[in-house]
Design a binder for this molecule. Structure first.
Ligand code: PAF
Length: 282
């Protein structure tokens, strides 16, 4: 496994990789969810590139950029064990050199949900992912369903900018009690960790109602909100029952829906989602 930092090193190493080449963009502090993305890339590609970069432009001024967990040595040993070919670990100066002034912005699909609570977040994501795509020139790029809106935004960007890249999406990986794996779970203390299962419980309560015939999106949102309100250590920022393609809120569920939510457990903001009317991971 080769590790590189600068663009020149990356371009040089990229030339030697047999295709198809798969890219797994990450912000490091890898968990089993990330490793599933790498395994997916390995299945369909002859070479796999993983990028590790905690992208400052997708964090808001009051978000956790400085506290974001990092453990490069552990990340590299995980990737080595999976026989990854190339790891690109750019510095901020490589990604955003002095006088940087170009941004990639996607329209409507960035506006609801995460976009409405994290202004500028998706502009940072699409800019960095576009730079990763340009630099690595992968045939396939793999993302996790955990960030459902990110998947929709990147898919839109890939179509709109005519990148010749297949976007693959890997289902959410969960702990035994349903908590979706996330690097931010590490912020939770023991009591908060127990309380954090409320996101999964809320999604499953909503799914149960849907499977019993409930089709009012408002009732489904209420079921999720009430489940979260019942958990003293949690408070919902939003709960959503939205159209699978446009991500706009539904009145009636006629053709499936994306259930999603952002919930504070203590100071930690967790997100999760579940698809109604289509198979999920578990
Ligand atoms: O999902 C993430 O970890 C990040 O948003 C990504 C795609 C690596 C861009 O920084």
């Amino acid at each position: 496994m080769k590790t590189v930092e600068t663009l020149n090193e990356l371009w040089q190493a990229r030339k030697d990789l047999p295709g198809p080449v798969g890219l797994v963009p990450t912000m490091g502090f890898l968990h089993d969810g990330h490793l599933m993305l790498v395994k997916e890339a390995k299945q369909s590609c002859a070479s796999v590139v993983v990028s590790i970069f905690v992208n400052p432009t997708q964090f808001g001024p009051s978000e956790d950029l400085d506290a974001y967990p990092r453990d490069l040595q552990r990340d590299l040993s995980h990737l080595e064990a999976l026989d990854v070919d190339l790891v690109w670990i750019p510095t901020s100066e490589v990604m955003y050199p002095a006088n940087y002034q170009t941004w990639v912005e996607v329209g409507d699909v960035t506006k609801p949900l995460e976009g409405s609570y994290r202004p500028g977040h998706f502009r940072g994501v699409t800019t960095v992912v576009s730079k990763l795509f340009n630099a690595v020139q992968p045939d396939v790029a793999v993302f996790g369903q955990k960030d459902a809106q990110q998947v929709a935004v990147i898919s839109q960007m890939t179509r709109d900018l005519s990148y010749p890249i297949e976007i693959k999406v890997v289902p959410i990986v969960r702990e035994g009690d349903g908590l979706a794996l996330s690097s931010r779970n590490t912020y939770l203390n023991q009591d908060q960790r127990k309380a954090a299962t409320v996101l999964y419980r809320a999604l499953r309560a909503a799914e149960k109602a849907y499977l019993s015939g409930e089709r009012s999106a408002e009732t489904i949102r209420q079921i999720m909100s009430e489940t979260i309100t019942d958990e003293p250590l949690a408070s919902a920022q939003y709960v959503s029952c939205a159209d699978l393609l446009t991500l706009t809120e539904l009145e009636t569920i006629t053709n499936g829906a994306l259930l999603s939510m952002a919930v504070y457990v203590g100071k930690t903001r967790l997100i999760d989602n579940w698809i109604l009317g289509k198979p999920n991971a578990d």
